[in-house]
Design a protein around this ligand. Structure first.
Ligand SMILES: *Cc1c(COP(=O)(O)O)cnc(C)c1O
Length: 386
């Protein structure tokens, strides 16, 4: 059976497993060797060539999940993103970049592109028209990230892919928030899909990794630069990542189920001013989510009303951890104004709708009623009586 025809959970569990032909163990053997035979082989294997047995085989699982021909695994999401961007952007080229993107990606572009002679424009908003407006004669790449952080805005993936194809521009999508369980940008016409595997792929807040998936032709080009940048992941961690990815489907589906229920619970709560979640009927992105996603993901954000206080709320939580990063099996919350968006000025933050009262919620797999109880007790505790 071809991997595309298998069910998602079967791909997660079995695709790209290495066979233990010596002992017939059920899990992939771990090959830690950094030195391989060069005499009687077609492939010269070396960790930094991204082709040790564990790297090669786990890449097949990622490619199968993203409906791509090939994939590469990196030491971090940023290693994957930087290698991809610099493969397709040369001196004199121009990139159109979605306005709301991961802070690290934005920093990479703003701090370093000028040193490579690469031009860029950030879109004014997330509409396809905004992307079109930014296209120049020398535009070679369009970069999107949907849903966006922390307001869970969506970009119309098909519209962007269509626009780019009509101008022969390559497209890359950061699919970290959605995961291939919820969204497959390649099916909608995007060329390259990127993941911070530190998030849902790892899923247990204990692995740093990244991945890129695309056609074989595109991956060969990225590989050519990536092997010289040297951002490969150690085989031990590749092996751990494979173990994590076996449960990607069931984890994300459980997290997403919880997220939907919690979004509804928060929307009805008198302490909450707004909930940002594409799974809510009230979300302006709900109909687009239904078209391009298989579900709505497990990330959401919400804003507290005065006199409920967001910092007091996070401090009062007992089960949910106030914590950086996202996507673990444990629920975590953070304040974007104090973390991902701390470097913006107050007025820039206000312009983007990131108030001090905004809380980002990475929903875990805990029992829903326990999460609700924790939120309720923390709301009571953080209510400042005037
Ligand atoms: C975390 C994250 C990244 C960067 O990944 P690292 O593994 O931290 O390098 C990129 N994009 C998104 C959407 C992320 O959440």
């Amino acid at each position: 059976m071809s991997p595309k025809k298998q069910g998602l959970n079967t791909i997660c569990t079995h695709s790209g497993s290495l066979e233990d032909s010596v002992f017939k163990g059920v899990v992939s053997p771990l090959y830690m060797s950094t030195s391989y035979d060069f005499m009687e082989v077609d492939t010269k294997r070396y960790p930094r060539y991204f082709n040790t047995p564990n790297q090669e085989f786990l890449s097949k699982k990622i490619a199968a999940l993203e409906h791509a021909e090939a994939a590469l695994i990196f030491g971090s999401g940023m290693a994957a993103i930087s290698a991809t961007l610099l493969t397709f952007l040369k001196s004199g080229d121009h990139a159109v970049i979605q306005n709301d993107i991961y802070g690290g990606t934005r920093n990479f572009i703003v701090s370093h592109f000028k040193n490579y002679g690469i031009q860029y424009s950030f879109t004014r908003d997330l509409s396809a028209e905004a992307f079109e407006e930014c296209i120049q004669e020398n535009t070679t790449l369009i970069y999107i990230e949907t849903p966006s952080n922390p307001l869970l805005k969506l970009v119309d993936i098909f519209a962007i892919a269509k626009l780019a194809k009509s101008r022969q521009i390559i497209t890359a999508a950061d699919n970290t928030f959605a995961t291939p369980i919820v969204q497959n940008p390649i099916d909608l016409g995007i060329d390259i899909v990127i993941h911070s595997a530190t998030k849902y792929f790892g899923g247990h807040s204990d692995i740093s990794a990244g991945a890129v998936a695309s056609s074989q032709e595109v991956m060969d080009k990225i590989w050519d630069l990536a092997k010289d940048f040297g951002g490969n992941l150690s085989d031990y961690t590749v092996w751990l990542l494979e173990r994590s990815m076996k449960t990607l489907g069931i984890r994300v589906k459980a997290q997403q189920r919880n997220a939907k229920r919690l979004a509804k619970f928060l929307e009805k709560n008198k302490a909450v001013k707004a909930v940002h979640y594409p799974g809510l009927k009230s979300s302006e992105y709900h109909s687009l989510a239904k078209i391009q996603m298989k579900g709505y993901g497990a990330m959401l954000s919400f804003e507290l009303k005065d006199p409920w206080n967001s910092e007091g709320f996070l401090k009062a939580l007992k089960l949910i951890k106030p914590s950086m990063s996202l996507a673990g099996v444990e629920s975590t919350m953070l304040l974007p104004s104090k973390t991902s968006h701390a470097l913006l000025t107050d007025s820039e933050r206000m312009e983007q709708g990131i108030t001090d009262q905004l809380i980002r919620f990475s929903v875990g797999i805990e029992t829903k009623s326990d999460l609700i109880e924790d939120i309720q007790q923390a709301l009571t505790a953080c209510h400042i009586k005037k």
